[in-house]
Design a protein around this ligand. Structure first.
Ligand SMILES: NC(=O)c1ccc[n+]([C@@H]2O[C@H](COP(=O)([O-])OP(=O)(O)OC[C@H]3O[C@@H](n4cnc5c(N)ncnc54)[C@H](OP(=O)(O)O)[C@@H]3O)[C@@H](O)[C@H]2O)c1
Length: 296
């Protein structure tokens, strides 16, 4: 089976490229810049600007994939708030081009969305009312709406606060930020009044694999099983890696304001994925241990 995987240079993209290549899929990995993905014989890299409709059409016409996993995004909420036009272009327009190209070839379209399409009162089920609190969330919701309305065959996957292992050429996730600071004795301030269900990278990949194998064309929340604050996560990382947890200072969102509004109680419920996909995500502690297995 051939998969086009967009955003392949990103954090989820690199992990997913290797995951599906190891499972025997031919992965047509697509990102904007030079490849930063480790070599694998089943990964074929192309540098494509997804906001260019003729490049998108040419790519899909040539590859004729079975599946498109659309993971590329302008993924930093602060950048989206500061540059709304670019955010619409990368998160919505590029999605429209890819959906149109997928429809021409009868391709399954899997869209990677986010818990940011929701507001407060999480953790949310799949059919909760979307109420994005910032422009990034709005743009991802607009893309979701386009997929739901126009894609012939689709699934939508919503992860939360993704973490996992790290190698050179990748953007570090939250747990690496904690580890890197504490390892050099630097203190960090971390909020303790935002609740999330952090998602281990490989769990998302396994969930998507089940969507493909079981042909489940629906919306799924693929998140972790626990509700934690970033502060609680940072303390667990420190304890697992035997680093100095006293360097982690608890703050609240009022004393540590961010440029973009984020939900206090977010997170996603995963009962549907557990039932239909046999989704069995790891506890945060287990995921962190696997992410840092080279340090333990
Ligand atoms: N990280 C999280 O905690 C989280 C949580 C929930 C949902 N998500 C969703 O998961 C997906 C992946 O997130 P991530 O954190 O792994 O993202 P990321 O590290 O920022 O990677 C996104 C990649 O998309 C590529 N890209 C962006 N715009 C493009 C364009 N116009 N044309 C071609 N390539 C483009 C970039 O490629 P280059 O590097 O080559 O420029 C970048 O590497 C996103 O859809 C995000 O909304 C993420």
């Amino acid at each position: 089976m051939k998969i086009i995987l967009t955003g392949a240079n990103g954090f989820l993209g690199q992990h997913a490229s290797l995951f599906f290549a190891n499972k025997g899929f031919d992965v047509y990995a697509v990102s904007r810049n030079e490849s930063r993905i480790p070599f694998h014989k089943n990964i074929f890299y192309q540098s494509i600007e997804l906001t260019n409709v003729s490049s998108v059409n040419k790519m899909v016409d040539q590859i004729k994939p079975d599946i498109i996993i659309h993971n590329a995004a302008m993924s930093k909420p602060d950048e989206c708030e500061q540059n709304k036009d670019a955010c619409i272009l990368h998160n919505v327009t590029a999605t429209q081009y890819l959906v149109d190209a997928a429809n021409k070839h009868g391709v399954l379209f899997i869209y990677i969305s986010t818990d940011f399409i929701f507001g407060e009162n999480g953790p949310h089920p799949e059919d909760a009312l979307p109420q994005p609190l910032n422009f990034y969330g709005k743009s991802k919701l607009m893309a979701e709406e386009f997929v739901k309305t126009f894609a012939f065959t689709y699934s939508i996957v919503r992860p939360v606060f993704i973490y996992g292992s790290y190698w050179e050429g990748m953007r570090p996730s939250f747990i690496q930020w904690v580890q890197q600071n504490l390892a050099v004795g630097k203190s960090i301030k971390v909020v303790d009044d935002q609740f999330r269900t952090p998602t281990y990278m490989i769990d998302i990949c396994k969930g998507i694999e089940q969507i493909i194998v079981q042909k489940k064309h629906e919306i799924f929340h693929l998140a972790g099983p626990e509700i934690l604050t970033p502060y609680a996560m940072a303390i667990q990382v420190a304890e697992i890696l035997a680093l100095n947890a006293a360097l982690v200072t608890k703050v609240d969102s009022f004393s540590f304001p961010e440029p973009v509004l984020r939900a206090k109680r977010s997170g996603l419920l995963i009962d549907k994925a557990r039932q239909l996909l046999n989704y069995q995500p790891l506890l945060f502690e287990e995921g962190v241990k696997l992410s840092f297995k080279n340090l333990l």
